[in-house]
Design a protein around this ligand. Structure first.
Ligand code: CMP
Length: 132
């Protein structure tokens, strides 16, 4: 079994989409292994997204992520990382396949409802922001 992190971002938390997103995970065959809500400090958000440091959207991204509560969900299944990214959809909700989480709940390329880990190394790194 492989593990991944789905992070529900402040736009989706504040619109009350947490339960529906968890339902989509369960309906699509993911095991929920742990859930935690928290609020990122600026320093944590900068470390979480350190691969994007220096990009034009970095400061706005950090402001958005620190602007409200986020929910970290540890999911598990075979091939979890690839299958979770399929369920999440394209970064830009306008380009996301219908029925994906971002197509349903995303508002813009920045306020795109959720983040999913893109590699085993990043999954473990990102899970450590929520779970010890
Ligand atoms: P995420 O998958 O969490 O990874 C980086 C985040 O930066 C992305 O989702 C968006 O929330 C945000 N972002 C804002 N603008 C862009 C952009 N032009 N390209 C990619 N990501 C962006």
């Amino acid at each position: 079994m492989e593990r991944s992190l789905l992070m529900i971002k402040p736009d989706a938390v504040s619109k009350g989409a947490v339960g529906r997103i968890i339902s989509m995970l369960e309906e699509n065959g993911f095991r929920i292994l742990a859930i935690k809500s928290k609020r990122f400090s600026t320093e944590e958000a900068e470390r979480f997204y350190e691969m994007h440091r220096g990009k034009p959207f970095f400061r706005s991204l950090v402001d958005y992520i620190t602007g409200g509560m986020v929910v970290g969900i540890m999911v598990g299944r075979d091939d979890a990382i690839r299958l979770l990214r399929d369920l999440v959809g394209a970064t830009d909700p306008k380009e996301a396949r219908p029925g994906t989480i971002r197509a349903v709940f995303g508002e813009s390329i920045e306020r795109n409802a959720v983040h999913a880990s893109d590699s085993p190394e990043n999954a473990e790194r990102e899970l450590s922001f929520f779970f010890r």
